[in-house]
Write a protein that binds this ligand. Structure first.
Ligand SMILES: *[C@@H]1O[C@H](CO)[C@@H](O)[C@H](O)[C@H]1NC(C)=O
Ligand SMILES: *[C@@H]1O[C@H](CO)[C@@H](O)[C@H](O)[C@H]1NC(C)=O
Ligand SMILES: *[C@@H]1O[C@H](CO)[C@@H](O)[C@H](O)[C@H]1NC(C)=O
Ligand SMILES: *[C@@H]1O[C@H](CO)[C@@H](O)[C@H](O)[C@H]1NC(C)=O
Ligand SMILES: *[C@@H]1O[C@H](CO)[C@@H](O)[C@H](O)[C@H]1NC(C)=O
Ligand SMILES: *[C@@H]1O[C@H](CO)[C@@H](O)[C@H](O)[C@H]1NC(C)=O
Ligand SMILES: *[C@@H]1O[C@H](CO)[C@@H](O)[C@H](O)[C@H]1NC(C)=O
Ligand SMILES: *[C@@H]1O[C@H](CO)[C@@H](O)[C@H](O)[C@H]1NC(C)=O
Ligand SMILES: *[C@@H]1O[C@H](CO)[C@@H](O)[C@H](O)[C@H]1NC(C)=O
Ligand SMILES: *[C@@H]1O[C@H](CO)[C@@H](O)[C@H](O)[C@H]1NC(C)=O
Length: 879
């Protein structure tokens, strides 16, 4: 199906001239979310550097000093932004222009760009204004039973690295900040005015001015009996630390996250929660590297998987993408909070998903924009002239074919003030309706209203102004639509495990409450759950290191639907399943590994051993089995681009054989079994099928241990990086846009004055470890252009590189959001990346993208595009 995209070149031009104000204004994922020319350089530790015994006095910053000396020797200009020296990180953050030079310097272990991370936005927000009894998330996760055993997280310290915490909230008592309070410590690393791009102004008070951190804190630690909504934290007796890394609005970035991680570590916390992240697909962002090292030290690291489920697979978020991290996916709460409309005919009531009632008094007649309930794109076009003034009606519209707001725009053009949109699928959701007053009702209720409208019944609706009702959610317990898909390009299993995150009531500042949805809500649920395990098994790094395995190997499988015949949801969406905290604490059998990573076909890791230990008092018999989940068909082969979410599933399973399928274990005894995997057959590798499932061990005492596995029935090196298609734009990409925003076809001269400069536009079908833009001679010919899709020849050698304009590592792929997610790089000053002036003359631009897992030294490892001729002429810009 072709994307809904009909921009003319002209309207595209206005889009791009808007972009000329600066790439900051665009949401483009790959390049606007990094700090330009800023890198975190990891260094060999001082001990290693100084092992030559030259008598130099050892300083903890010796490695840094040695690095600066080598930069100076090589004449590289640099500014030091930050230095770190700890057992988990020896690094420096520097601004510099010569990346290639640094990457090859001795003592340099890794060079990471500094990423920006978005303010954690809940997927949906509803303010709560009245009493809702009973707190539901604890039932399906077993947390209720653990609480009943008196395990409430006592003695465990959890750091909330977020927007701060309103430590005066009534659910977070003893209210106040510091020893003796629930929030026993913390720090504001950034100040209210921080945006991610300006200088942080730290202070001692991590008060929340953005709601998010306080909601997260309530999910972890809200006290029992503290509020009218029945909210109980997963670990209500745990102590919290608030490390604030966001201002009141805007972004944060890696340097700040790393500082917060190290401060929390110094505070000796047992668990850290980071409900934040940005699309990445790579496990190597500097904050995820540090988070992984803290996890190795036995601190339980819980990081959100992301809210990009609609974008499809290969879109895991960072820093959650690191190893040993508990990456939290989200399930929907088993209840939802609904308002109702009363129908004059006695039908109903009609429910809609909102906390607050539609603010309408009196009785309202209805008007349906279509007389049938099968219109695929109801109200997606301007309504006919025959449409009456819609202001006296509640307008009834069918969902589908275009966005809610587009429908409402069309209805509003005819005077609509309020609308009910009926679903074209099961369930209810809180629709994104911009500024309009509109809510979503069920397909069944919509069909009734339309039928009554056509029949001319004198039907009216009234909207009681009353508190929301808590009702069962049809989608409760299933994965939330918004929960992001992995895996990452390193073929790690992301997310790790899921918890309730869709439709969660918790605290917000100023003694208020709200329902938020997001993996931001699921992740603190896991952090609180980890606190329960720590208390039960003993608070120690040793317990900390085991928790990811305990969670993953005891989780409950989640189906695509509640229908028994439906396949299990792919593990790249659910992780190992819904966390089962009571089982994680009490199972007598423990497994020695969290997961089995099979990698792609080129690096297939076929055979794995799994160890089981019986920690109970009685001999147990075990039966080994295999439960496949749906195989995720991640690429649409008709367009060679990723499917958007929900990602289609095939039921073709992997097969697993065991050298031994039953065994028994005496108390205290351990055994290893060996599992050998075969990827599913008959699937097209070009669809990059990701298969997954669980190896199970069913014990005679009823325990079922499940070890998740994931693999790719294709080779990631075959993923096309550059999107050469015209699927998302009215022309094939990549292209150069000229000064008026049109695709440059003929050779064109640019002065680089008064907006007379080119911009490079491309999309990425997959992430890339490295993307570069270089200037080459105007007569350069490279045997690969965008018209040739199959790029294997290594013909760059013949073409000398004149200079580099852009060098970007670990980019994520573009999403299907064509209006915001592409790489658009204005080249607005006639200088190279290293700030030297580009001599006047004629050039072409060579775009190269390194394929995943390919050898960067091999020219054949890159896809490329060569631009038309760009003349740098009459330039006025000085260096
Ligand atoms: C909502 O209204 C405000 C103020 O009129 C306007 O600035 C904003 O753009 C509107 N947002 C949408 C999504 O229409
Ligand atoms: C839809 O039904 C209404 C009510 O019966 C009627 O007035 C109107 O003409 C119908 N519209 C169309 C397009 O059939
Ligand atoms: C429709 O209902 C309104 C208000 O209840 C009433 O005034 C009107 O007479 C009714 N019309 C018909 C056709 O029943
Ligand atoms: C898969 O193989 C690639 C290439 O060797 C490697 O970089 C990656 O770490 C591997 N992933 C796993 C989970 O082993
Ligand atoms: C479950 O799925 C099967 C097969 O798709 C279908 O026949 C059946 O009607 C479904 N049951 C329910 C309760 O939806
Ligand atoms: C294969 O998996 C095992 C764990 O089962 C791991 O120890 C080993 O390093 C993996 N091999 C490769 C090449 O990734
Ligand atoms: C093992 O036996 C001891 C002593 O009989 C008992 O206290 C303990 O609860 C038992 N543990 C389990 C896991 O059954
Ligand atoms: C940009 O390209 C368009 C279409 O080729 C052309 O009409 C226009 O004059 C060009 N603008 C500039 C400033 O070169
Ligand atoms: C660009 O500038 C060069 C040097 O001034 C000139 O020779 C050439 O004709 C110009 N090209 C175009 C397309 O204007
Ligand atoms: C491009 O490649 C083709 C086939 O690989 C070859 O025949 C042709 O000579 C090459 N062209 C150039 C300019 O190198």
């Amino acid at each position: 199906m072709r994307a809904h995209f009909a921009l003319s070149v002209l309207s595209f031009s206005s889009l791009v001239s808007a972009a000329f104000r600066g790439i900051e204004g665009l949401k483009g994922h790959s390049t606007s979310n990094i700090l330009p020319n800023t890198y975190i350089v990891e260094l060999e530790s001082a001990a290693d550097v100084n092992s030559f015994g030259n008598g130099e006095k050892r300083s903890i910053f010796a490695a840094h000093d040695a690095f600066y000396r080598s930069l100076k020797r090589r004449d590289v200009d640099f500014d030091v932004r930050k230095e770190w020296s700890s057992d988990v990180l020896t690094a420096v953050s520097v601004s510099l222009n010569n990346l290639s030079e640094v990457m090859t310097m001795p003592g340099v272990l890794a060079v990471h760009p500094v990423r920006l991370y978005d303010m954690p936005r809940p997927a949906k927000v509803q303010a709560l204004d009245d009493t809702i009894p009973v707190y539901t998330p604890h039932i399906p996760t077993g947390v209720q039973r653990v609480h009943e055993e008196g395990i409430l997280g006592e003695g465990v310290k959890v750091a909330v690295i977020d927007t701060g915490i309103d430590y005066n909230h009534p659910v977070l008592g003893p209210q106040g900040f510091g020893p003796g309070h629930k929030v026993i410590g913390g720090y504001d690393l950034v100040g209210d005015a921080y945006t991610g791009r300006n200088t942080p102004v730290p202070d001692d008070d991590p008060m929340d001015c953005a709601n998010h951190g306080t909601h997260v804190a309530g999910i972890i630690g809200a006290n029992v009996g503290s509020n009218p909504y029945g909210i109980v934290g997963a670990a209500p007796s745990a102590s919290l630390y608030a490390f604030r890394i966001f201002g009141c609005t805007g972004f944060t970035q890696d340097e700040v996250i790393i500082d917060a991680l190290l401060l929390a570590r110094d505070a000796n916390v047992d668990v850290m929660n980071l409900s934040l992240g940005g699309a990445s697909g790579w496990s190597s962002s500097p904050s995820s590297v540090v988070a992984s090292r803290l996890a190795e030290k036995g601190i339980v690291m819980c990081i959100a998987a992301g809210n990009d489920g609609d974008v499809g697979a290969w879109y895991s978020s960072s820093p959650a993408s690191g190893t040993d991290i508990i990456t939290g996916g989200s399930t929907d709460n088993t209840v939802q909070y609904l308002q109702r409309a009363i129908v004059s005919t006695g039908y109903g009531p009609i429910y809609y998903n909102a906390f607050e009632s539609i603010p309408l008094n009196g009785s309202w007649p209805i008007y349906a924009t279509s007389n049938t309930t099968t219109e695929a794109a109801d109200a997606c076009e301007p309504l006919p002239d025959s449409t009456p003034d819609l202001s006296p009606y509640v307008v009834i519209i069918r969902r589908g074919g275009c966005t809610f707001v587009e429908k409402l725009d069309n209805a509003a053009a005819k005077g609509m003030k309020v609308a009910l949109i009926y679903n074209n699928a099961p369930g209810l959701l809180a629709p994104s309706v911009g500024n309009y007053t509109a809510e979503l009702i069920s397909a069944t209720d919509g069909a009734y209203l339309v039928q009554q409208f056509v029949a001319g019944t004198n039907l009216t609706l009234t909207f009681p102004q009353e508190p929301a009702q808590e009702v069962p959610n049809e989608a409760g317990g299933l994965m939330s639509d918004f929960s992001s898909y992995g895996p990452n390009y390193d073929m790690l299993l992301k997310p790790s495990v899921s918890a309730p995150g869709g439709g969660i009531v918790s605290s917000i500042p100023n003694a208020k409450y709200a329902v938020f949805s997001g993996t931001s809500m699921a992740t603190p649920y896991l952090a609180g759950s980890a606190a329960l395990v720590l208390q039960a098994h003993g608070i120690s790094p040793d317990t900390g290191r085991k928790i990811r395995t305990l969670f993953e190997t005891t989780a409950a499988f989640i189906g695509v639907t509640h229908n028994e015949t439906a396949p299990y949801e792919t593990l790249i969406k659910q992780g190992s399943g819904l966390v089962q905290v009571h089982s994680a604490i009490h199972y007598q059998t423990v497994v020695d590994r969290a997961e089995i990573l099979l990698n792609d076909t080129a690096h297939f890791n076929q055979t794995h051993s799994i160890g089981f230990t019986n920690t109970g008092n009685a001999t147990l018999q075990y039966t080994i089995g295999h439960t496949p989940a749906g195989t995720a068909i991640t690429y649409d082969t008709s367009i060679a681009l990723t499917f958007t979410g929900p990602v289609p599933l095939s039921e073709a399973p992997a097969s697993v054989s065991f050298f031994q399928s039953t065994f028994s274990l005496d108390p205290g005894a351990s055994a290893q079994i060996t599992a050998s995997f075969t990827p599913p057959a008959g699937l097209d590798p070009a669809s990059f099928p990701v298969y997954s499932g669980w190896v199970t061990a069913t014990a005679s005492n009823g325990e079922i241990l499940a070890i998740p596995y994931v693999g790719l029935a294709a080779s990631v090196i075959d993923m096309k990086i550059l999107d050469y298609s015209d699927f998302y734009f009215p022309f094939p990409t990549p292209v150069i846009l000229n000064a008026t925003g049109y695709v440059q076809i003929e050779p064109t001269n640019y002065t680089f004055a008064d907006k007379d400069f080119p911009a490079f536009l491309w999309r990425q079908a997959a992430g890339s470890p490295r993307v570069t833009l270089d200037l080459v001679a105007a007569d350069a010919v490279i045997n690969t252009t965008y018209s040739k899709r199959d790029l294997t020849s290594g013909e760059y050698a013949g073409v000398p590189i004149i200079g580099t304009l852009l060098d970007y590592e670990y980019s994520s792929r573009s999403s299907a959001d064509s209006e915001t997610d592409f790489n658009l790089i204005p080249w607005n000053a006639n200088v190279f990346l290293n700030k030297t002036k580009v001599p006047d003359g004629a050039y072409k631009v060579l775009l190269r993208a390194l394929k995943i897992t390919a050898d960067p030294a091999d020219e054949a490892s890159y896809e490329s595009y060569l631009s038309p001729v760009i003349g740098v002429a009459n330039s006025t810009t000085s260096t």
